[in-house]
Write a protein that binds this ligand. Structure first.
Ligand SMILES: [Fe+2]
Length: 214
């Protein structure tokens, strides 16, 4: 089942579940700004974060504008056993409000009501494969039961570990490509490796609704 988007990202009246990802301003001119450049799992701030995302490349820059994916199973598997034990049962608070603040945007009261903070296990068991993977990204704010700074530092260290080159696949888009990925075991982000003030990069996006994380 397709998932509704956050208030600000709703699609058009005719296609409300398909949202356009682009670097264009209201006049359709490249703005220089690229969205979703930090590692994340789509809608991890929801009670049932997106199961999968489908992205369709409509208009691409001459090169660059890649999307990168990091394998959270492999990142978890590579942790020392003592660390895996320490992470067992740890809960992460995901906050869309915080992640918007981090990119310099203050949310409206309606947006905050639409997406209150949500708690998910830091080590998530995939409901289909039974494998464990790290579940975090840019919406992950802090860890329950730890001082905020300490939890945040822990998340940052884990993300630095989990996004090392050996865990990452980089997709060089070709026009017309359609990618579908599993948000339950991957982080992703858009790379800014193109001239975003000059070239348009337009993709269509929709998400498949997920299930609760425990
Ligand atoms: Fe995304």
């Amino acid at each position: 089942m397709l998932e509704r988007h956050a208030i600000r990202n709703r699609g058009t009246a005719t296609h409300p579940l398909v949202h356009t990802v682009s670097n264009l301003d209201a006049e359709g001119t490249p703005s220089g700004a690229v969205k979703s450049t930090q590692w994340h799992s789509d809608k991890s701030f929801r009670p049932a974060p997106s199961m999968a995302t489908i992205l369709h490349a409509v208009t691409l820059p001459p090169d660059g504008g890649d999307t990168c994916f990091a394998n959270m199973y492999a990142a978890y598997d590579a942790l020392p056993e003592a660390e895996k034990k320490a992470l067992d049962g740890v809960q992460t608070v995901h906050s869309w409000e915080l992640s918007r603040e981090n990119i310099g945007r203050v949310m409206s009261e309606a947006e905050k009501r639409d997406a209150p903070p949500m708690t998910h296990p830091l080590v998530r068991v995939h409901p289909d494969t039974g494998r464990k993977g790290l579940f975090m990204g840019m919406h992950a704010s802090h860890l329950e039961g730890l001082p905020i700074d300490e939890g945040r530092a822990r998340i940052e260290a884990l993300e630095a570990h989990a996004t090392q080159p050996q865990f990452v696949y980089r997709h060089h888009w070709r026009e017309g490509d359609v990618l579908m990925w599993d948000n339950r075991c991957l982080l992703h982000h858009a790379d800014t490796n193109f001239d975003a003030a000059r070239h348009p990069r337009v993709l269509h996006r929709t998400c498949l609704r997920g299930t609760p994380t425990r």
